[in-house]
Ligand binder design. Sequence first.
Ligand SMILES: CC(C)(COP(=O)(O)OP(=O)(O)OC[C@H]1O[C@@H](n2cnc3c(N)ncnc32)[C@H](O[C@H]2O[C@H](COP(=O)(O)OP(=O)(O)OP(=O)(O)O)[C@@H](O)[C@H]2O)[C@@H]1O)[C@@H](O)C(=O)NCCC(=O)NCCS
Ligand SMILES: Nc1ncnc2[nH]cnc12
Length: 424
Amino acid sequence: MNEILRAREYRVLYVRQMIRRNQSFVITIKANIPGPNKNINAAHLLVRLFLNELRGELESQEIIYMKSADGPYVLFSVKGDDGLEIKKELVSIEDKHPLGRYIDLDLYISEQVSLSRFDLKKANRKCFICGKDAHICSRNMTHSIPKLIQHIKLNLNFYIVEEIKRTLNYAILAELELDEKFGLVTKTSSGSHQDMDYDLMVKAKNVIMPYFIQIFNIGYEAEELVSLLDASRYIGIAAEDEMLQVTKGVNCYKGLIFVMGLTLLATGYALARHQSFDKIFDNIRSMSFGLLGEFNDMNLVTFGKEAYQEYKITGVRGEAYSGFPSIRSTLELIGEQDIADPKVLRNALKHLIINTQDTVLLKRAKSLSEYEKIKHMFASLDVSNLSQVRQFTQYAIKRNLSFGGSADLLVATVFLNSLRHRYF
Ligand SMILES: CC(C)(COP(=O)(O)OP(=O)(O)OC[C@H]1O[C@@H](n2cnc3c(N)ncnc32)[C@H](O[C@H]2O[C@H](COP(=O)(O)OP(=O)(O)OP(=O)(O)O)[C@@H](O)[C@H]2O)[C@@H]1O)[C@@H](O)C(=O)NCCC(=O)NCCS
Ligand SMILES: Nc1ncnc2[nH]cnc12
């Protein structure tokens, strides 16, 4: 216990140093974790989530992420002259955010003074189990520690799963609704896919979403990583089957089920261990170590295998085996740009097409030389020049070309780009 007390003393010391260094106020962001173990994973997730919430509300001069015996915390330096206004904003986040009960946002307006709810004549914090005054429950130890911890974990998982659903839906629609997309299906065109249109893709999306959430939870609750892909394969196959039923046999998102399935397993596993964002790609590589061996499977009769046997092109398996390098480099290309901007999204798609071995393009190009010629044409395509983009789209549709694999990677890229700014 004295380690925790000492950590609290150090935290006040660091606050004072930051106030002196920046001549500013300092906000501390810390999870409300009852009991002796303040370093449960939920604490790290909550601190990261609320740090990103605050980043969206307040401008900071300096942010320091600390680990301690009293749990992880952030020191957030903020310029201002009206401490009460800032404290009001912090209390509003604590009271209104669905997870606000589990976080403590303190404001130090000087080395000696921190503002409290009392200064705003606000009621004390409520107990997150029974809603009574939290101070009374904690003084009387009304609820057991395990019950309190379980409550936090359940609500945090529920909140994260809802965010994953929203982000996944956003990512799939962001790709699908991007127009002028080189022969891929859009809101207004079937492109080079006579058997697909926007409504059919949306139907397919709606059917596979629950499977994606199942797969995310497998990653989030997993004890180890390596066997996760095999453990989830049956879910992916069930998703494919139900998709094909709804689409009457049209393969809208077979590749997406695989790409997003792997991404969700790796992301769930990373979130549950507060791993770094880049660790997601290591996780994907760890799960995919056996994929290239599938090309030796006599029972496998797919174009992906043909592409490998004929040209040593490894397609989606090769991408996964290397930890989705094309997604990683596209995220670096996007940087802090607004992914909702069609120009940014189209440029990301171009980058993916150039950097991945898309077996859909190979199959439709009908030869390796044509496949390579088209990729080469892309390299010189200026996607901010809409007339060039339109010309290339017409060229692709005329030749029945498409980049379905790259489109799948774009969905995963948009998904990861959104999550990166929320939880990492
Ligand atoms: C490992 C699997 C992908 C199965 O591999 P398989 O050998 O069966 O198939 P492939 O031909 O290797 O590829 C399947 C799809 O993968 C997409 N893809 C291709 N290249 C890449 C790449 N470089 N990066 C990412 N993704 C890639 C692509 O899917 C998209 O295109 C399809 C639409 O295009 P279209 O031409 O219309 O497709 P078809 O219907 O085949 O042609 P037509 O009849 O219309 O002419 C659509 O699927 C897009 O998503 C490839 O098609 C994996 O699927 C697997 O093992 N599945 C089992 C379940 C599983 O493991 N799930 C994971 C759970 S965690
Ligand atoms: N917009 C799209 N058109 C064709 N195949 C796709 N796979 C994923 N998105 C696609």
